[in-house]
Design a protein around this ligand. Structure first.
Ligand code: ADP
Ligand code: MG
Length: 332
């Protein structure tokens, strides 16, 4: 029996336009490992001092978000909140934590729970299984599943308080954290007067105005095998999700780190989802959510609630690959 937890190549390549910058701004790029992924800030600024200050402040903000939202960190705000589950108490939380949970809950409601930040207990079971090299058994999953369900997470916007109604619940914002961080990074950039930026938060992109003299930031969306070619984007978010990055392989079957909230099992048919939305948070949530809904239900939700977003989803069922592409460019 072989277990592999594999991190494969990132499938989003960013090529930055080489058009000559206007004389008054220069292009800068800073990279740092954050939230378990490389974060790259690419932007145009007037001078080195401003660029450095903006980059430092942005990384500081992402670090602060990670300190509060990471479920990998003992003592993070989110883990402390999870520890209050089942006590019947309303707990006051930071704006960041409240806002991200509010976004998550909105998407959960609209996608019939396909996206679910209360999956923590099940995600933990799968993480442990990957680490120790076994496939979780049915009872283990069932037990963990009993502690999940987005309806057990209550939010009170008036007082910015949260209640987790059942003991043993655990929140996990892994499905939207990087997109959220990318959007927050853009806000910091803007506070420094930087209006042309591309933040790559581990494959989740937040993009503002185009580089000088360009129509947009040139993004190549590709699986390495299949490509949508180069797309020029401005004021948008892009996210890709899929076991192309990370999965558990057990007896020839691949299980995604994206879990179906109805079964508690890692997706088996999903290949890859790329979403382009008005911002990175939405793109990140939808890339995860549409991976779960699959093509058929995905179409329904896209039409009803997310018509501002575009999707490229590939899935394989019974050895047959099906692709859903609303990004509007023909595959070569
Ligand atoms: P990436 O790891 O590339 O950021 P995603 O954005 O798709 O990928 O997020 C996957 C992560 O989200 C998982 O590692 C897990 O923490 C969490 N997760 C898994 N399944 C779901 C789901 N159905 N809804 C919300 N979050 C999920
Ligand atoms: Mg996601």
């Amino acid at each position: 029996m072989k277990f592999r937890y594999i991190i494969l190549h990132i499938i989003l390549f960013i090529s930055v336009t080489s058009e000559l910058a206007f004389a008054q701004v220069q292009r800068y790029s800073y990279e740092k490992g954050m939230m378990g992924s490389p974060f790259v800030l690419t932007f145009y600024a007037k001078n080195d001092t401003l660029a450095k200050q903006a980059a430092d402040s942005t990384f500081k903000r992402i670090q602060q978000l990670n300190d509060s939202l990471s479920d990998y960190r003992d003592g993070s705000e989110i883990n402390k909140l999870s520890a209050t589950s089942g006590t019947g108490k309303w707990v006051a939380v930071s704006k960041d934590l409240f806002n991200i949970l509010a976004v998550a809950q909105d998407f959960s409601q609209k996608t019939d729970g396909s996206f679910d930040v209360t999956l923590g207990p099940v995600v933990q079971v799968w993480r442990r299984a990957v680490r120790k090299g076994y496939l979780p058994d049915k009872n283990e999953i069932k037990e963990a599943m009993e502690k999940t369900g987005y309806r057990k997470l209550l939010l009170d916007p008036e007082t910015r308080r949260v209640m987790l109604t059942q003991k043993g619940m655990r929140l996990d914002i892994g499905g939207l954290g990087k997109g959220f961080a990318a959007d927050e990074a853009i806000k910091v950039m803007e506070s420094f007067g930087i209006t042309s930026a591309l933040i790559d938060a581990g494959g989740k992109l937040a993009i503002t105005n185009p580089p000088p003299a360009a129509k947009g930031w040139k993004i190549k969306v590709s699986s390495g095998r299949d490509s949508l070619g180069t797309i020029e984007l401005a004021n948008a978010g892009v996210a890709t999700s899929g076991p192309t990055y990370r999965y558990l392989e057990f007896e020839g079957k691949k299980y995604s780190h994206i879990v179906d909230p109805k079964t508690g099992i890692g997706l088996q048919y999903h290949v890859r989802t790329t979403v382009i939305s008005p911002n990175a948070t939405d793109a990140d949530v939808l890339a995860t959510a549409f991976s779960v809904t699959g093509i058929r239900n995905g179409r329904k939700y896209l039409k009803k609630y997310y018509s501002a977003s575009r999707v490229w989803l590939v899935e394989t069922r019974n050895g047959k690959e099906t692709s859903w592409n609303t990004i509007g460019q023909k595959k070569p």
